[in-house]
Design a protein. Sequence first.
Length: 272
Amino acid sequence: MTRSLIKGSGKYAAAVRAKRAGLLEISGLAAYDEHGHEVFPGDLMDQTRYVLTELMQPILEEAGGGLDTVCRLSVFTTNIRQWPTVWAEVQPIIGTPPAVTVVEIPSLVGKIAMVELEITASTNGNRSERQEVRAVTQGAVPVVPKSLAGRDWDLHAAAFQLGEGDLIFLSGLGPTDGDGNTVGVGDPGAQTRQIISSMSAILREAGGSLDDVVRVRVFATDMKNRAAINAERMKAFKEPRAVSTFVQVSGLEEPDWLVAIEATAFIPKLDH
């Protein structure tokens, strides 16, 4: 068994225990087809089903798992009132419910997206023979099935499968200097650079670097700032870049913050 569930009284697992080796981090994905076009406008049910079966499931199978190996499912939706009905329909696809978090947000990337799903799974690590779209980097193996290899993965990887090593969980970082003052007021690019600089310093202290980052979650107060934020990410992080979720939020910890970023890094165990 790669995971064990701790059942609660609700419709989702209260918690899931999983082995670190073989842990699979999948990027936040929305319903886009192979041409980069959004699909199923106005239909939360079909968008959710598409992401699970056409995007997430092939990635999981490529890594030696399946939807029944999902440990954590994060749901970002623009219409939370519809989610209970959607969950009742898609839960049988997943099987025994994992740990789930569902939040409503004002906007997602794209014009018609109603949902973005993000998954952590515990696989057995027996990856299928596949075309290596990305090279192994820093002890984390990027996973892209052939069916999705033609899509644009420049900004973020589809998924990373982890081996033996240490996970470093960073708090959500805002654009502050050493004295707690906001840097780059009104400038999303400058704020992102400050956040990445702080992230780099923290990771060096932990014995790693930006190259070890395998997941980021970007919280922006306005989706119009996405281009400026992503431009700084493209400059700072090497390919294959960390899996990513980008959402618009109603507010951040300080009123002059335009962006905050949360990150997870993986520092592999080296054989001596």
